[in-house]
Design a protein around this ligand. Sequence first.
Ligand SMILES: [Zn+2]
Length: 267
Amino acid sequence: MRVAQLGTGTPEVAVVAGIHGDEPCGVRAVERLLRDKPTVNRPVKLIIANEGALEAQVRYLDEDLNRAFPGDPDAETHEGRLAHELAAELEGCLTFSMHSTQSHADPFALVNGLSETAREICPQLPVASIVDTTHFSDGRLFTTSETIEVECGLQGSETAAENADRLTRAFLTAVDVLPGDTVRTELPVYQLTDCIPKKRADQYEVFVDNFEQVDPGAAFAAADGEPRVAEESFYPVLMSSYGYQDVFGYTAKKLEVVSEATSGSKA
Ligand SMILES: [Zn+2]
């Protein structure tokens, strides 16, 4: 794990990249900040988390770090020990953590419940929506410090790296680390309701677009040509053919739209 800081004093804000080793976009954004060394109004901690997995270009070495929190200093896995160390580094920090996916090119934010902070910050980020993972937060970074995660785009793409850069700067501006103003937009909120398991097969297909409503009776995916049909309507989120080992992704329901009017005063 690499830990650096811009500005002096004890940071209350942190940016984390490389929770997953096969998602290099956030690492580039953090490295760029370390190279550019912008003048900051308040200190920020910058962390590149799973250097071992990044070097090996794999999601994780022993177990998924974003399911390993709070971790344990005596854990048998690399990620179990790392989760404990990372949680200690992030204590007391509002944390911004970057990911990328195989499911969706446009950036979106993920939060564990719509806190005041989430309502305040997310509309200032260049994202298209907010996903509330409340029912699926076990072991995630969310559970150890107040965290806003972002999906920056498609894994390994140049666009995801550029998005990571824009997202990080918008976040740091929204929390007054960087000077300047942000643009506020209205954001729909989707809450994850269920995961969509997939059985062992050689070939997987997904027939629907993420965040586009699927109607009852529609075939939304297939495993070895055998279709999966929606029983009730849902919004697919983080859904892809090969992104996860055991699930296609998640079903979600649309909750509300977070707008300027509901997003209190500037923190
Ligand atoms: Zn990730």
